[in-house]
Design a protein around this ligand. Structure first.
Ligand SMILES: [Fe+2]
Length: 298
């Protein structure tokens, strides 16, 4: 089982190595992370006004709710302040923003009950991000926007970290997904028909590991970590922010989490920009990963 480190004073390199080995990290809300959660709160509150975003779903049909999300989510993604705050967040936990690249921060919602379980509010099956063409160096940063409970949090299944799972990732190509899948998301409200990599065997999902942190308190985990969005059985919609990072030196040296079962093709590396100035990753480095993406190492 993994160790969960809270506010651990490791160097960024030491932390990355522990994350690649399956450990989990959590941080108290720092200055920039708090501001990032506040930005999401402000945008959400403006979008759902006069309703409180956490209970707005009780006051409107799913179709109207989906329309609001379809405007709100891109607004957050493209907000220039969000990107500055991520650079601030990374600096505050000791990452070198000249060597760290991130992809756009996403605002996610998990409605409570059976209100909406498709498209933009999709409740993900248990998965590793590496089944979706993420590099083995990818680290995921996840933080709640409002207070969460165990019943609307994220569940980790570390017993599978180094255990291969039969899965359908071989049918997934990130380039193909970008061309077709994403545009369909906004149109899906009740049922999601897009093909997503998923486990192709019965999983032992309990016991699981959950971390309940305060708004703006980030959890960091490897993209190879099996995780599930907990079905929201509370009375409030969960709002969360997530983004991913990769470290340039680890990409160059091929240091990352072990690939035990991902067989997808393509790479998400073109989505990453340098935290200091939003420059893309070197294309020759990306191409090397694009070529290697289909090989399963064990
Ligand atoms: Fe994920």
């Amino acid at each position: 089982m993994p160790t969960i480190y809270l506010d651990a004073a490791f160097s960024d390199e030491e932390r990355r190595h522990r994350l690649y080995a399956g450990d989990l990290f959590a941080f108290s809300p720092g200055n920039s992370a708090t501001k990032l959660a506040e930005l999401a709160q402000e945008l959400s509150e403006a979008a759902f006004a006069p309703h409180d975003p956490e209970v707005a779903q009780d006051n409107m049909p799913p179709e109207s709710y989906a329309k609001i999300l379809a405007e709100l989510k891109p607004k957050f993604i493209h907000h220039p302040r969000a990107k500055e705050l991520i650079a601030g967040m990374l600096t505050e936990v000791g990452a070198d923003i000249e060597r760290t690249y991130f992809d756009v921060p996403r605002l996610r919602t998990m409605a409570h009950s059976q209100y909406m379980n498709a498209g933009l509010a999709l409740q993900f099956h248990s998965h590793r991000d590496t089944w979706f063409s993420a590099p083995q160096q990818q680290l995921n940063w996840w933080l709640p926007v409002y207070a969460i409970e165990s019943e609307n949090s994220m569940a980790f299944h570390p017993q599978y970290f180094d255990r291969a799972i039969k899965n359908t990732s071989s049918g997934y190509d990130y380039g193909e997904w970008n061309r077709t899948g994403r545009q369909q998301a906004a149109k899906l409200v009740k049922k999601d028909t897009r093909v997503q990599p998923q486990a192709d065997e019965e999983l032992e999902l309990s016991p699981d590991v959950r971390i309940v942190c305060p708004p703006g308190g980030p959890i960091v985990f490897s993209a190879a970590q099996l995780h599930t969005t907990v079905p929201n059985t509370t009375t409030r919609t969960r709002f969360s922010i997530d983004f991913r990072t990769v470290n340039l030196d680890d990409l160059i040296e091929g240091v990352g989490a072990p690939n035990v079962d991902s067989a997808c093709t393509g790479t998400t590396l073109r989505d990453f920009v340098r935290a200091s100035d939003l420059a893309p990753l070197p294309e020759d480095l990306i191409e090397a990963y694009d070529r290697k993406a289909a090989s399963v190492t064990s």
